[in-house]
Design a protein around this ligand. Structure first.
Ligand SMILES: Nc1ncnc2c1ncn2[C@@H]1O[C@H](COP(=O)(O)OP(=O)(O)OP(=O)(O)O)[C@@H](O)[C@H]1O
Ligand SMILES: [Mg+2]
Length: 305
């Protein structure tokens, strides 16, 4: 060995050590090194689908979403009643995971999740992640015109870093994680430790923002109830004059068993002279010792968040 080789050998050893360390790094750490793909939000398409458009902040939808957001942000500790953002969040603690579900298909879960995510990211500039956890009927990617591909299920089965499969909007702080490849027995997949770890990781990576999970209907399959265990708030969408009351009661029963923080959004309700089609936000919780449901608040309106 000559002098140069000798001098280089400690560096080689260091490089070898670094490579070995890289290989053994946990998936969570690796994920921070990969960048999501970027995409442009197609606002024309969003308009056609009746979604939130930041160019039209005076639209009834934008105003209705403001009322829903304000309540949600307050419940999660992002807002004081007076409206100061993040004034009293606990340091080092995230309360930012929100699951969106309903009793059955077609009641507006994806519509609600997409609009809340769009309006928080583009109007309030809150860092927002939207995850499609409705594996049998995924719709989030198609709303954004994104191609199907690997996503949530692949993060859970292959430990693929979530950021490498996510899509980040160029127009604002919005990240989409699609559903991923189709899988059977998704409830089992969601019940596993990997799912809780992944959601904690996404929640922590998005410390000052919100994470929405678009889930399947709670009565059709158990996925939503399994996922409800991990989140800070469940938004339960009810379609006005459509969702049967016994179905609402049955689904709420299941959800409240695992998470007391269930809020209710009444979708497609026609209120007042403006014929508002969306909004109305109620809270349900089992606050008493006997486990009786307690209905505590109700709001319909257009206040600022
Ligand atoms: N308030 C609303 N205003 C206008 N269109 C709406 C509204 N709510 C839902 N829609 C439309 O109704 C259809 C069904 O809504 P959506 O896909 O959000 O339901 P879902 O509960 O997610 O259904 P699934 O269980 O099949 O995933 C969509 O085309 C959606 O854009
Ligand atoms: Mg849906």
């Amino acid at each position: 060995m000559n002098v140069v080789e000798k001098a280089a050998s400690p560096l080689d050893a260091l490089a070898r050590k670094k490579r070995k360390k890289e290989k053994t790094k946990p998936a969570a750490e690796k994920s921070r090194q990969v960048k999501p793909q970027s995409f442009d939000i197609d606002f024309e398409r969003m308009d056609e689908l009746g979604h939130f458009n930041p160019a039209n902040l005076a639209s009834p939808l934008a105003m209705e979403l403001r009322a829903v957001k304000r309540r949600l942000l307050r419940r999660l500790g992002f807002l004081r009643a007076a409206g100061d953002r993040q004034a009293f969040r606990m340091p080092g603690r995230q309360r930012n995971l929100v699951l969106v579900t309903s009793t059955q298909a077609g009641e507006g879960k994806t519509f609600c999740a997409v609009n809340l995510a769009l309006s928080l990211a583009l109007e309030d500039l809150v860092e927002t992640v939207l995850i499609d956890a409705d594996i049998p009927r995924p719709k989030v990617r198609s709303r954004f015109g994104l191609d199907r591909g690997a996503g949530l299920t692949d993060c859970l089965t292959d430990k693929t870093p979530w950021e490498s499969l996510a899509h980040k909007a160029k127009d604002g702080p919005l990240t989409i994680l699609g559903e991923g490849h189709s899988r059977d027995r998704t409830a089992e997949l969601f019940a596993g430790e990997a799912c809780q770890q992944l959601l904690t990781e996404i929640s922590t990576a998005n410390r000052d923002g919100l994470v929405f999970i678009d889930a399947p209907p709670a009565l059709a399959m158990t996925d939503a109830v399994v996922l409800a265990k991990y989140v800070d708030e469940v938004i339960f969408v009810v379609e006005a004059n459509e969702t049967p009351e016994p179905a609402i009661a049955a689904a709420l029963d299941e959800l409240l068993d695992v998470n007391p923080n269930v809020s209710l959004v009444l979708n497609r309700c026609l209120i007042g002279a403006t014929g508002s089609s969306y909004s109305s936000y109620d809270y349900y919780g089992r606050n008493d010792e006997n486990g009786a449901d307690k209905h505590t608040e109700k709001e319909t309106g257009n206040g600022d968040p």
